[in-house]
Design a protein around this ligand. Structure first.
Ligand SMILES: Cc1cc2nc3c(=O)[nH]c(=O)nc-3n(C[C@H](O)[C@H](O)[C@H](O)COP(=O)(O)OP(=O)(O)OC[C@H]3O[C@@H](n4cnc5c(N)ncnc54)[C@H](O)[C@@H]3O)c2cc1C
Length: 325
């Protein structure tokens, strides 16, 4: 319970807010989540999604968060109801890669370099390995169920400003994703993504193109559906699907797996990744309240969610204080 006896207030019910809510509620704290959007209408619901190397700052903490999250997702994969499963697949590049892999990649137990004949046409290098894949709509439902089962309260109720949040509770956790831009941090910027969801023509391996380009191929199978990507457009706030983008995604993915050329379309999704110079997990004192920030995860909010949630929860209850940005 917060110092004033009121529930801890978590703002945001994407993967970051819900996971933080679950950690706090399962530790026995009264927790209320307020969210402007239903969980299935958040950026988190539009993610592919896979656990993978994050390549974000601060590097040492990101490695710790990714490690913790990898262990949680690997355990969750034992429960088919969670929406998480382990899948083999390929991460490939059209350019030759160096020999140094990101430190998180060492968590992939069977990671190995692709042989030449394992690479699709046009690709020069890559790795194969087994990682957790997360079917986000189902997984967000799983988190909501867990949160409520632990006594948490989830309200569809936007919080206009940080001042309104601290008027409600003396402990606030800010998990507003790209919404942090209006919630006191103008350095947060959207990195727009769009995904095409199709009926699964029989794919069980993931594929992700390693590139710095804003257009790439990503194939994430989840049972009877496959989520195809991708685009990553900086500073684009447009939250509706753009005409032509889905066709480009399908063409790029069908070059990898021709079965996708005429797979039945189920829908298109858009999400605004919360871009920031570095992920922000720290405490701020605000009008006498303790505000814990947990946002700015860019394209890796799922992959870092458990590590960040556990650290944010510790900070919320006063353990391991961290205040510098
Ligand atoms: C196409 C695509 C593919 C991706 N693939 C991956 C992947 O494979 N792996 C991976 O790790 N990540 C991936 N990502 C990135 C990942 O989706 C994000 O990093 C993550 O969803 C961010 O989660 P979040 O909870 O911080 O934000 P969000 O999901 O955006 O949630 C923010 C929450 O805050 C609420 N909110 C905001 N402002 C307010 C307010 N004032 N009052 C109340 N509530 C408020 C919103 O309503 C929402 O509930 C992908 C993203 C996209 C778009």
């Amino acid at each position: 319970m917060s110092a004033s006896g009121k529930p801890v207030l978590v703002v945001g019910a994407g993967v970051v807010g819900l996971t933080t809510g679950v950690v706090l509620a399962e530790s026995g704290r009264p927790v209320r989540i307020r969210t402007a959007d239903r969980p299935r209408d958040t950026t988190s619901a539009a993610a592919g999604a896979m656990w993978g190397p994050a390549l974000l700052r601060p590097a040492d903490r990101v490695l710790r968060w990714a490690t913790r999250s990898h262990a949680e997702f690997t355990a969750l994969a034992e429960d088919p109801e969670s929406g998480v499963h382990l899948a083999a697949g390929t991460m490939a590049s059209r350019a030759v890669l160096g020999d140094v892999v990101p430190p998180e990649a060492r968590l992939i137990p069977d990671l190995r370099r692709c042989t030449r004949d394992e690479l699709p046409t046009g690709f020069a290098d890559g790795y194969r390995g087994t990682v957790p894949l997360i079917d986000m709509p189902r997984y967000l439902d799983h988190l909501v169920d867990r949160f409520r089962a632990a006594g948490g309260e989830l309200l569809l109720s936007p919080v206009p400003m940080l001042a309104d949040a601290v008027a409600e509770s003396s402990i606030v956790v800010n998990c507003t994703g790209v919404g942090a831009h209006l919630f006191g941090d103008p350095t947060v910027r959207p990195v727009r993504g769009q995904a095409l969801v199709v009926r699964n023509p029989g794919i069980d391996e993931y594929f992700v193109e390693l590139t710095a380009s804003d257009e790439f191929a990503a194939i994430m199978p989840h049972g009877d559906r496959v989520v195809l990507g991708g685009v990553a457009v900086e500073h684009d706030w447009n939250a509706t699907p753009l005409r032509g983008v889905g066709a480009g995604i399908r063409r790029r993915c069908a070059e990898i797996d021709p079965r996708l050329a005429d797979a039945e379309e189920i829908g298109e999704l858009v999400g605004l990744r919360p871009g920031r110079e570095s992920v922000r997990v720290e405490v701020e004192r605000y009008e006498g309240a303790r505000v814990v920030h947990n946002y700015g995860h860019g394209g890796s909010g799922v992959a870092l969610s458990w590590g960040c949630a556990r650290e944010a929860a510790e900070l919320a209850v006063g353990a391991g204080e961290r205040t510098a940005s």
